[in-house]
Structure formats: structure tokens, C-alpha cells
Design a binder for this molecule. Structure first.
Ligand SMILES: [Zn+2]
Length: 263
């Protein structure tokens, strides 16, 4: 099947090649992200199917409100690069189209110029596995904290069993440089299952933050623990990252000191 034939499966009337603009985006890959999470290969294969036909939005850019694109085909791309922990890098690439209009001409130029490259996806992962012991954090718990080192093993949360893909969006101005994939959790309002999942993630994050707080010196530890009680998920997340970065840099300092002593 040609690209235009695939595209016309999703349209109400037959479109011609002149009417559409076709482009590729990398939706996500199996590399470890800023949140110490990564998609399993199995998850990427599931997303390869789930994202076909899904709409992409550009609502981060007020000028392009109402612009949408649709994925008409996907493929998994193997590359010679490695993930941060040495696995073979596997990316989910999407082929998308949008209907050319006067109002999106500038937007298309920007895509062509490579300006709008950051993509965020939302999907529902049925399993969140600990990379150290394999425990599913949604149904059980373990003592490992994502983002920490256990010996030489970096602990991550492996997102697996993707049950649904909701949407993808272009992030015109990434919140942080090298933003790559930004997974955002669906709104609390959407479904009871999502609300339940969010609560679970919040509880998990709260427990992780409290464990990290205990590593701080008194009375900082106590003050921090108290402060977390009023924090929402976003704030807990930021604190968790800050504490992990601090532990990591302290750990590196220890290593450097040990190296220095050996010399
Ligand atoms: Zn574990």
C-alpha cells in the first residue's frame, strides 16, 4: 500500500498528495529518560500498533491552536547507538500527515526547518517494573528507588504492558533542553482508572521521597519530611529529582576521592 492509500483509510473523502503534508517523528525510544524510566521493547511494539490513527496536537503553541496531524503508519527503528545502560537503542518512528491549509503553512515550514522536533506521548502502562528486581510497582513494592545506583546497577522503572495510547503532541518550546520524550499523565478527570493510577504514583513517589529525606542530616531530614505532606505529585517529583541529583553528586565526589587516594 502506498502512503496516500494508507492515509486515505483515515479520511472521510479521498485526499490527493497535493493536499497533504507528510512528515516523520520519533515518538519515543527505549532509552532511560530524566525520570529514570524507559519503555521496554515489548512496550514499543505495543505502541507501534496503538499509535496508528492517533491524533497529534500542537496546543503548546498558541499560534497553531487547532492544528492536528494524524499518524498513518509506524515503524520500529534499530540504530547502532546504545541506551545509557548499554542496550541496543530502539525507537518508535511515526509517519504522520496533516492537511495543508493557509493557516498551517508557517507551521509546516517550521517542521521542515527542524524547529518543532520535541514530541510528547501519553499512554497507559499497565506495568511499571523495577529494573533491579522485576517487581511490578503497581501491584507490589520493593525497596529499590528509581534513579539510584545499587552497586553498579542504575535502578529504573521499566514501562511495560501498554494498554492504551491517547495522543501525542509537538512541544514547540521544550520545558527543558534535551526534552526528548515527555510522558505526561492523563488528567485526573479522565477516567476512574487514571485517577487510581495517579494516586498510586503519588503514594509511590511520596514513599520514595520520604526514604530519600531520611538520608539527609537531622534536622533537615525532619523538616523535609514534614514539608512533603503538603506537596502535590509535581512538587514531590521535583524534590525527588533534586535529592537524587544531590546523592548522585555526593556519590561521585566519593568516587573521585577514592580515585585520588589510590593515586
Ligand atoms: Zn526492586
Amino acid at each position: 500500500m502506498t502512503a496516500i492509500e494508507k492515509i486515505n483509510q483515515f479520511t472521510r473523502r479521498e485526499l490527493t498528495e497535493d493536499e497533504i503534508y507528510v512528515f516523520d517523528v520519533i515518538l519515543c525510544n527505549n532509552n532511560i529518560d530524566r525520570d529514570a524510566e524507559y519503555f521496554s521493547e515489548n512496550a514499543l511494539k505495543q505502541m507501534q500498533k496503538l499509535f496508528i490513527g492517533k491524533t497529534g496536537i500542537f496546543d503548546h503553541d498558541p499560534r497553531s491552536s487547532g492544528q492536528t496531524a494524524r499518524i498513518y503508519d509506524t515503524e520500529l527503528v534499530h540504530s547502532p547507538e546504545k541506551t545509557k545502560d548499554g542496550r541496543n537503542l530502539l525507537s518508535l518512528k511515526a509517519h504522520a500527515y496533516m492537511i495543508r491549509t493557509d493557516s498551517n503553512a508557517d507551521f509546516i515550514k517550521e517542521i521542515d526547518a527542524g524547529i518543532k522536533k520535541e514530541v510528547s506521548v501519553s499512554c497507559y502502562a499497565g506495568k511499571r517494573l523495577c529494573s533491579v528486581c522485576g517487581a511490578d510497582k503497581l501491584t507490589s513494592s520493593c525497596s529499590h528507588i528509581a534513579g539510584k545506583y545499587y552497586g553498579k546497577t542504575y535502578c529504573c522503572t521499566v514501562l511495560d504492558d501498554i494498554q492504551d495510547a491517547y495522543e501525542w503532541s509537538f512541544v514547540a518550546v521544550p520545558a527543558q533542553p534535551s526534552a526528548g520524550v515527555v510522558k505526561h499523565f492523563p488528567n485526573r478527570e479522565t477516567t476512574p482508572e487514571n485517577a487510581e493510577l495517579l494516586d498510586l504514583i503519588e503514594r509511590e513517589t511520596r514513599a520514595e521521597v520520604l526514604a530519600l529525606c531520611r538520608n539527609q542530616h537531622q534536622p533537615v531530614s525532619k523538616a523535609l519530611s514534614l514539608a512533603t505532606e503538603k506537596m502535590d505529585l509535581q512538587e514531590l517529583y521535583s524534590l525527588k529529582k533534586a535529592l537524587l541529583e544531590q546523592e548522585h553528586s555526593l556519590g561521585q565526589a566519593d568516587v573521585q576521592l577514592a580515585d585520588f587516594r589510590q593515586r
